[in-house]
Write a protein that binds this ligand. Structure first.
Ligand code: G4P
Length: 533
């Protein structure tokens, strides 16, 4: 936790940048995270953190970073000072597979760094994650990574970003040379050239020499010719950073570099400070901005039990929206009206938990043993407020959970209810049948693995995941459900919140029904668009 001289929540909020990194697997998210730590001074030497062997997919990459580097970082939020600022980098977990957790984290950040592999451009997972950012109007800063390797033409990548995700790229830096010959970046804002020198394995900061482009271009050669031609093209189309459209989520400042060799990493981190917004008043359920200056308020974007075998408890992670958090204060849960103390509040997890004494808007606190607290709950200290619920997302994969030991049925039921509440998966039930007739719905397969693992290890109910034939899900209502029950290959179930859903064994049947019987209620369970305040 950074030293705080001033306890004014508004001033402290201005110092904060709360963001996440999104990318397709292998684009370089973990490497960039580590390099941010290096550039902030939080670690002195960056090392090889990618021991792929034995990497457990369900585990956060950060935990791995933590283990291998022996540094204390949280698997949920990493907080580090950078100059006068406090950076809160939230982990987007489960990136080997797609999971709902990632979506929820995006509900708790103010901006996103989107990392693209310069040889690949926009990939499937980037697309999905970006869609969530768009729904939430999140500002996105783009980093074209791996420029030290032969990649695609940067202008072509700009076109692809614009065409595929309708986000207008405004390059801030532009490369001189590519692949082996990648030697520096032109900063288009200042007409400065930054010449980099490599360090062994990128373990320490890359050497940087700054000089005016007019002087540096005297170096000549093809790389410079190309870079200058491209820059004049960008100037001609006016592709300059445009803060209003960036903040509205329709244009993206673009940076080029290499997380491996550290080229452009410092400039990117500076840009997060300069361009990404500091926490602003969050909109409450009525759409009114809730002022930053207090009293304390926060919303819970993640609940996890038994995160760490050494501390078997339940932690609710809350993002602070207003006021000052002080450990030990009593807070009220808006939904239940119940008060709770915050004696055990942490920032870091894993072997060492770090106690947090105070925190401000933009920060994330982990409240240990926050009984009765659920995903999406609002907590406050006087001045009742409720923030909009965190959306649940459209499941794409379905399975069934079956207890392997019938003697453990009570534990199985308890686990099912707890993990449903945590949002590990959505549990769909048939009110006329028992708990074993559940259907689990998730965004990615990994959620099922985590679910079964936790039922076995935490609840003592070994569980088997059985595949189901379902391909699609729609929200429906009792009237339409009557008709749908008459048709084969469709199952009507209910969610824990009482919502009725129809599961389809065949997508084509759903498509037919949508066109043949438009009067039926069959709404997609889409991510809703709750704009951040
Ligand atoms: P992820 O978290 O997004 O999945 O990506 P990660 O950082 O793990 O990087 C995936 C691979 O890409 C790693 O290689 C990493 O070293 C490499 N990489 C990341 N950034 C750059 C870059 O700027 N340039 C180049 N050339 N490579 C980069 P790996 O072979 O899988 O692991 P390792 O053995 O190199 O550690």
């Amino acid at each position: 936790m950074a030293e705080v001289a001033n306890a004014d929540p508004v001033m402290q909020a201005q110092r904060r940048r709360t963001f996440a990194i999104i990318s397709h697997p292998d684009a370089g998210k973990t490497t960039l995270t580590e390099k941010f730590l290096l550039y902030s001074g939080a670690v002195q030497v960056a090392g090889a953190v990618h021991a792929r062997e034995g990497r457990r997919s369900a585990r956060s990459d950060w935990m791995e970073l933590e283990q291998q580097r022996g540094i204390s970082i949280s698997s949920t939020v990493m907080q580090f000072p950078y100059g006068d600022h406090v950076m809160n980098l939230l982990d987007t977990p489960g990136h080997r597979d797609f999971s709902e957790d990632t979506y929820r984290v995006l509900a708790a950040v103010d901006a996103v760094v989107m990392v693209l592999d310069a040889a690949k451009g926009i990939e499937s997972q980037t697309l999905k994650l970006f869609q969530v950012c768009r729904n939430r109007n999140l500002p996105v800063i783009t980093f074209l990574n791996k420029y030290d390797r032969p990649g695609r033409e940067p202008l072509e990548l700009l076109d692809e970003i614009e065409a595929q995700i309708d986000l207008r790229p405004t390059p801030v830096t532009w490369p001189v040379g590519n692949g082996e010959d990648f030697r520096g970046l032109i900063d288009r804002r200042t007409d400065t050239y930054v010449r980099f020198t490599r360090t062994a394995r990128g373990a320490s900061l890359a050497g940087e020499e700054r000089l005016p482009v007019a002087e540096a271009r005297a170096e000549g050669g093809r790389a410079w010719q190309t870079a200058l031609d491209e820059c004049s093209l960008l100037d001609a189309v006016g592709a300059d950073v445009d803060p209003p459209s960036f903040l509205a989520g329709t244009s993206t400042p673009l940076f080029v570099g290499s997380a491996l060799t550290n080229f452009g990493v410092g400039m990117l981190l500076d840009a997060v400070v300069e361009l990404a917004p500091s926490p602003s008043p969050r909109l409450d359920v009525d759409g009114d901005p809730h002022p930053l200056h207090g009293p304390f308020s926060a919303f819970v974007f993640k609940v996890q039990a038994n995160m760490d075998p050494a501390h078997r408890d339940r932690i609710a992670f809350a993002r602070i929206c207003s006021g000052r958090f002080e450990r030990g204060m009593s807070v009220t849960n808006t939904r239940t009206g119940r008060d709770m103390t915050t004696k055990y509040a942490t920032t870091a997890f894993g072997p060492d938990r770090e106690t947090v004494e105070e925190a401000f808007p933009g920060d994330v606190v982990g409240l240990v043993n926050a009984t009765g607290v659920q995903l999406g709950d609002t907590l406050h200290d006087g001045g009742a407020v409720a923030f909009p619920p965190i959306p649940r997302f459209a499941p794409e994969v379905f399975a069934r959970a079956r207890p392997l030991d019938n003697g453990k049925f009570k534990q199985f039921r308890k686990g099912l209810a707890q993990l449903d509440e945590e949002g590990v998966v959505q549990v769909l039930r048939d009110p006329d049948l028992g708990e074993t007739e559940n259907v689990l719905a998730a965004v990615g397969q990994l959620q099922f693995e985590v679910f079964a693992h936790r039922l076995g290890s935490e609840f003592g109910a070994p569980t088997e995941i059985v595949s189901t034939p379902y391909q699609a899900i729609r929200r429906t209502d009792p009237r339409s459900a009557g008709r749908l029950r008459e048709i084969g290959g469709i199952r009507i179930l209910s969610r824990a919140d009482g919502e009725l859903v129809a599961l389809f064994e065949n997508r084509y049947r759903l498509a037919r029904l949508l066109s043949d019987e438009p009067e039926l209620t069959l709404e997609p369970l889409i991510a809703d668009a709750q704009p951040l305040g």
